[in-house]
Design a binder for this molecule. Structure first.
Ligand SMILES: NC(=O)c1ccc[n+]([C@@H]2O[C@H](COP(=O)([O-])OP(=O)(O)OC[C@H]3O[C@@H](n4cnc5c(N)ncnc54)[C@H](O)[C@@H]3O)[C@@H](O)[C@H]2O)c1
Length: 353
């Protein structure tokens, strides 16, 4: 395999003439890091050359799985290595900013876990830094790369659901309790990034309520987002649920759909159901007709979302394209999380976005 470092200053023409291998350094080999390393390792156009983790057991695990890869506890080895083109930051949220900044300052493209940063100021600074250095940022909004979300996006774009009424998502299970963030910052980035991707318009205001029961962080939270044209979104996240639920309802004027991510088959079901209202002579004379037609479940492929996402990142680097889940997409999610946190502290007060 030809190895050639992809540098931002390479001309697009020069890049197309050769097969490029984008070389990665991965920081963080805890729960999610091994998934990032495994998927990069499987990509033809990528190579993991180094893994860094502060924890000795995590390093041992990485050494065992990838004996040919440099495993270190010194992050500066990755940041300053001329052999590394891109850094993947797969560490807890509060460490993202420092590590991401170091990566960009050293001229590395950045793949960073969700949520992008702990606040909007950090995200804005990193976006500006990447722009100055002509580097790519991709924020790991993994669900955008699932076949389910891609199909739902297509249905919405094609107008299959008609005028959008609501987006209602439930992401609950027992644990995993995080030590550094509450349930909002842990689970809601998934729903907010999916919602941000699917709904074209931007929300105008947000309200959040929640409660702390065990470790000083909210373990249950309910978020409501108000969009223009009467579109409303609701997100329910909870670490104290006896059962795992991953269900999203999207209602439109023409059709409604249910996405149950725990279903093995038929994750997305599109219902020809709806309500037609006719009559003009006052509220009590309105004719309400309920439409109940067929249900249809589109075929969805089984490709692992993270694999599709990392292949797309490598492609964006090689072809100098801005990823759809770039720093700005990460910033929009952090903005909503910040506003939701503010509302949560005020027991649901409406916060403008
Ligand atoms: N996209 C997804 O679906 C998804 C799923 C789970 C977690 N995540 C995200 O991945 C990130 C990591 O989560 P996790 O569950 O793997 O956490 P984790 O605590 O299991 O693992 C983090 C690892 O990073 C190491 N680490 C921390 N600071 C470091 C530093 N400065 N230098 C080197 N190593 C360092 C720790 O030792 C640990 O091994 C979080 O941002 C989380 O939100 C994303």
């Amino acid at each position: 395999m030809a190895t050639c470092l992809v540098r931002p200053q390479d001309s697009p023409a020069a890049q197309k003439q050769e097969t490029h291998i984008v070389k990665f350094g991965v920081v963080g080999y805890g729960y999610w890091g091994p998934n990032v390393v495994r998927n990069l390792d499987h990509l033809e156009e990528a190579e993991v050359v180094a893994v860094c983790d502060k924890s000795a057991p995590a390093r041992k695990k990485a050494e065992k799985a990838y004996p040919d890869v440099l495993v270190t506890d010194d992050v500066s080895e990755l940041m300053t290595s001329p052999d590394i083109d891109a850094i993947a930051v797969v560490t807890p949220v509060w460490t993202h900013y420092e590590l991401a900044k170091a990566a960009l300052e050293n001229g590395k493209h950045l793949f960073v876990e969700k949520p992008f940063t702990s606040n909007t100021a950090q995200a804005e600074e990193l976006i500006a830094l990447a722009a100055r250095k002509n580097l790519k940022i991709m924020v790991d909004h993994t669900f955008l790369f699932t076949a389910a979300v891609q199909k739902i996006k297509q249905l919405l774009q094609d107008g299959a659901l008609g005028k959008l009424y609501y987006y209602d998502s439930t992401r609950v299970n027992l644990g995993l309790f995080q030590h550094d963030v509450n349930v909002l910052w842990d689970l809601a980035p998934h729903d907010l990034s999916i919602m941000d991707h699917l709904i074209q318009e931007s929300p105008e205001a947000i309200s959040a309520t929640g409660q702390t029961h065990l470790n000083g962080h909210e373990d249950i939270a309910f978020i409501t987002l108000y969009f223009p044209n009467s579109v409303i979104a609701h997100i329910n996240v909870n670490w104290l649920s006896p059962v795992k639920v991953r269900t999203t309802l999207i209602g439109g004027e023409k059709k409604m759909l249910v996405w149950n991510d725990l279903e093995a088959d038929q994750k997305v079901k599109v219902y020809d159901k709806g309500v037609n209202v006719s009559g003009t002579e006052g509220l009590y004379n309105l004719l309400v007709n309920y439409r109940s037609g067929d249900m249809w479940a589109p075929h969805l492929d089984q490709v692992e979302a993270l694999s599709r996402e990392l292949a797309y990142f490598v492609d964006c680097i090689a072809n100098d394209q801005m990823p759809m889940n770039d720093g700005k997409a990460g910033l929009r999610v952090v903005k909503m999380l910040e506003a939701a946190s503010k509302s949560l502290r005020q027991r649901g007060a409406l916060v403008s976005l």
